[in-house]
Structure formats: C-alpha cells, structure tokens
Design a protein around this ligand. Structure first.
Ligand SMILES: Cc1cc2nc3c(=O)[nH]c(=O)nc-3n(C[C@H](O)[C@H](O)[C@H](O)COP(=O)(O)OP(=O)(O)OC[C@H]3O[C@@H](n4cnc5c(N)ncnc54)[C@H](O)[C@@H]3O)c2cc1C
Length: 491
C-alpha cells in the first residue's frame, strides 16, 4: 500500500520470498476492522481498540487509525478487492469478540487476507514506478551520520550481496513468529526489520507484548495451522488427556473466555505434562467438513477426523504488538527510516491487539508513511560498505541454535513468564551470542529480537494484556505506560 501511495515516485520493493509468498497478510482469515456500518463510528471502534489495549494504547494514534479506516477500505474497493456483500449489495460486516458493532470486512468467508494481498500485488505489478526485487533479503540498514540512506541485502538464489541507496527506507517486514517453537506465522517472520532498526540505533517499543493464539494445530507442521475461534464458538470443548474440561474451573466463559486466558490455561496443562484436544464431536459432528473446510483439510492431512476424534492443539505465537517505535506518520527515531505493519509499534495495540486491527494498521500507517515521505527532503547518494550475509545452513550448529532459541523462548518468554525463567532465557541467549562470532543473519536477528523481548518482559513487573508474569500476576498502575528501549551493543 505504501509503495502504491508513493507513485509516481520511484520505489524499489524488496521481498525475502517470491512476491506473493511468505507474508502473514496472505494468511489472515478473520478480516479487517473498519466502522463502515450505519450504527458504528470511528469513536466506538477506538473505544474497543483501547479497551483491548489494557490501558496503555496511545489514544491519539488509535483515533487516527479508526478515523482513517473507512477511507482505506474504499481504497481497497477501488483497487478491485472483492469483499463479501449482502444480497442488497452492501458490504457484509461480521462481528468478532470484543467489537461492540458489526465492523469486520471480509472476503471469501475466511480468505480476507489472501484477497487483499492478491489485489495489492496486482496493483503493484501494474504500477510502472515500482520495481519489484523478490527473493532478496534485506540484511542491514545503510547508516550515514545517524541517518538511514538505504539497505544492504543479498540475493537468496546466488547469495550475492546487493546494496540499495535511497533517500527513504520503509521497513514492512512483518512479525517475529519464527522466534517461538510454536507459531502461526510464515517462516519468513524472523523479526528482521526490528533487528535491523535496533542495530542501527532506532528506538523500539512495547517489545514484551506478544499475543498467543490458544488453538493452533499440533500435527507436526511448522508453522502451525490455526483452528479458528469459531470452532469453540460453535460449542467445541477443550479437554485434556485425562478427559477433564479444564476451562470450567478457570473462567465463567470457559472455552469462550478471552484469548489470553484460554492460552494461559492451555499452556499450564502442557506444562503439567498433559496434552490438550478440542472436542467438536458432539457440538459440530458431521457438519464439521462443511462448516470448517480449511481446518478439516488440515486435520485430514494428519489422518485426524474431527467428527470422531479430538483435534490436538497448543497455544502458538500469533502476533507481536511491539516493534520499531514510530509516530503518527510512521517515522522512526532515525531520519530516513519509516516502518509500518507488524514490525512497527504505533501504540495502537497497547498490551493486546483487538482482532482484525492489524491488517488495518498496516494499511493506515503504510499510507501515512508514504504521504510523509512525499514531503521529505531527498538526500545525495553515498558510498556503501559490504553487507553482512548469509543464511543458516540446514543441519549446522546455527540451525540447532535456532531450534534451542525457539524452545527457550516458548517455554520461558511465552504465554507465562517469571523472573527466574526470563533470566534463564537471557542467559541462554547470551551463551548463543558468545558461541557464534559472526552468526548467519536469521540467527543474528532472532537473537537480537529475543533478547529485546526477554529484557522488556523482565522489566515489566506486572501482568497486563498479553504479558503475564506468574510472579507479578496483578496489573500495577505504576506500569500503566508503554515501554521504550534501544539495543545495547556490547563492545
Ligand atoms: C494465520 C494468521 C491469521 C491472521 N488473521 C488476521 C485477521 O484476520 N485480521 C487481521 O487484521 N490480522 C490477522 N493476522 C495478523 C496479520 O495478518 C498481520 O499482522 C499482517 O498481515 C502483517 O502485515 P505486514 O505487511 O506487516 O507483514 P507481512 O504480511 O508478513 O509481510 C511482510 C513481508 O516482508 C517480507 N520480509 C520479511 N523480512 C524481510 C527481509 N529481511 N527482506 C525482505 N523482505 C522481508 C516477508 O517475506 C513478507 O513478504 C493474522 C496472522 C496470521 C499469521
């Protein structure tokens, strides 16, 4: 969206995977939130967003998000996005948990992200001012006198380093899911943007806030497919291997308790050595293939029949509220650098994200970053040094280090945290940092982001939103603020 809004200004768009692959946007199922209904307003949408944020969302930034939302939906419609419509031709608006109005714009039922992604890619490909350079991974920012002047990258196929000098760089590299043993994110979500910005000296915000989805399928796939909340909405029950419906003793809403509550209770079961399954046999039964064809397909691929068997699940990293700190124009703390989408931290989500607000945030703040860049001064070209390169070789010590890191992050810096576990994770991260003098890029980035999240989680001695400390289980007014940090570079 940012590249489109910058036209006719020349834009080079780098993509780690082939364009059209390796992006969470493509996988988004629920939809995109916007106050489009007659009974709705940006103010009501803002109230719901801030409520989910558990007291630390930036109200001004939230107001901008919800006010700009309808215009961004109109942009997508103009580009040809085929959103679902009612028989009378109006946009069909869905309702999701914690939204007080029907405001979820959808496409193809659960195919919203794919439809938006497809539309934007087609528009980008048809825009002559945009040059697409895919299968190319950005490794580091080019920094000159404190200002960002471009990107050092490498070609994934040849391994050749390549530099792009530019008066403005937008980081839109998505999430951090790869940092966790269990995740719903694409493998490309390695927090590269956060790590690059951190190394360049940018300010990061809200790093400790990581959202876990309670029901991801444990069928040996990595990333894990989602089992949509609608399955529980239809009455499916969470049962452990002793046959206990453990959510009954946890929350009055049982299986329909808030996402973080269900994720924590499920995680506790796993910690006690139990396994957890979603039992849809009585509630959905024979209707399962028709009601949930995508989930049914995933189950079938693992020879599980939800009509007659429990569906094995575990909580998985799903969304990172934190990231590169940006203002209302997507500006980072470094001149020449903007960020948008999941890699950024606008302050909209506070301690927890309201469902269907992340696609919206990417579109709204991507558009605003483009507007700001249009007005920015251009800078002269500069000299470029050799980039740090390549990749983690399969089977190598570095590949094993990534596996270890993902396990310790999931166990100690995940759904539930405490001081002992966080310090242990930081110790393990420090060991790994010491073990590799010049780690391959993926490991290098994951270590940076892992350390920043663990440090921020250690510093927040309370529980709020997605951040839960077993040693500080109450919310504490003394921490009712966002957190900001920078990477400490050791000598
Ligand atoms: C399964 C799933 C379902 C979801 N459902 C919803 C939903 O219903 N509604 C909602 O609002 N949100 C949903 N989300 C969250 C939402 O999809 C993401 O937060 C959002 O799509 C992020 O968009 P983005 O552009 O920031 O990142 P992405 O769409 O992930 O795009 C990032 C791009 O950057 C590329 N990249 C990464 N690193 C580099 C690098 N070093 N060099 C070059 N390129 C790089 C990636 O390959 C990718 O193409 C869901 C997420 C998942 C995983």
């Amino acid at each position: 969206m940012a590249a489109l809004k910058l036209a006719p200004m020349k834009v080079t768009m780098l993509s780690k995977a082939q364009l059209g692959f390796g992006a969470a946007t493509d996988w988004a199922q629920g939809g995109i939130a916007a106050a489009m209904g007659k009974d709705d307003s940006p103010t009501l949408h803002a109230i719901d967003t801030s409520r989910a944020g558990a007291g630390i969302s930036d109200e001004r930034i939230v107001q901008i998000l919800t006010t700009d939302a309808p215009a961004r939906i109109e942009d997508l419609l103009e580009l040809g996005t085929a959103f679902d419509r009612t028989d009378s031709g109006e946009l069909e608006l869905g309702l999701e948990a914690a939204h007080q109005r029907r405001r979820i714009v959808k496409a193809g039922g659960d195919g919203t992200g794919h439809e938006i992604f497809k539309t934007l890619i087609a528009a980008v490909q048809a825009t002559p001012s945009i040059e697409i350079v895919d299968n190319t991974t950005a490794d580091d920012l080019i920094v000159d006198n404190g200002a960002v002047r471009g990107v050092l990258a490498h070609d994934n196929v040849t391994g050749e380093p390549v530099a792009f000098v530019s008066s403005a760089v937008i980081l839109a590299t998505g999430g951090i899911g790869r940092l966790y043993r269990y995740t719903t994110n694409p493998v490309e979500a390695t927090g590269d943007g956060i790590a690059m910005a951190a190394r360049a000296g940018a300010t990061l915000a809200d790093m400790e806030f990581v959202q876990f989805h309670p029901t991801a399928l444990t069928i040996g796939r990595d990333p894990m497919p989602l089992v949509t909340e609608a399955v529980r909405g239809e009455g499916a029950l969470l049962i452990n291997d002793l046959g206990e419906r453990f959510m009954l003793g946890v929350h009055p809403g049982a299986e329909l308790a808030p996402r973080d509550v269900v994720a924590r209770a499920t995680f506790e079961q796993l910690q006690r050595g139990r396994t957890v399954g979603l039992d849809a046999r009585d509630a959905i039964g024979d209707a399962f293939p028709k009601e949930f064809p995508t989930v049914f397909g995933f189950c079938q691929s693992a020879h599980i029949d939800p009509r007659t068997q429990r569906i094995p699940i575990a909580p998985a990293e799903h969304y990172h509220m934190g990231g590169i700190a940006v203002d209302e124009w997507g500006r980072t703390s470094l001149p020449g650098l903007w960020a948008c989408g999941e890699t950024s931290a606008t302050g909209v989500h506070g301690a927890n994200r309201l469902a269907s607000n992340s696609l919206l945030e990417a579109l709204v703040y991507g558009t605003r970053a483009a507007r700001d860049i249009m007005n920015a001064d251009s800078r002269p070209d500069i000299e470029v040094r050799e980039p740090h390169v390549p990749v983690v070789a399969p089977g190598s010590d570095e590949a094993q280090a990534v596996i270890d890191l993902r396990s310790v992050m999931y166990a100690n810096v995940g759904v539930m945290r405490n001081e002992l576990g966080l310090r242990e994770a930081l110790g393990r991260i420090a060991d790994l940092e010491r073990s590799f003098a010049k780690p391959a890029n993926e490991l290098r980035n994951l270590l940076v982001v892992g350390r920043l999240i663990a440090e921020a989680a250690l510093a927040r001695r309370e529980s709020r939103g997605s951040h839960y400390r077993t040693d500080y289980s109450a919310t504490d007014d003394a921490f009712a603020r966002r957190s900001f940090t920078q990477l400490r570079i050791s000598a």
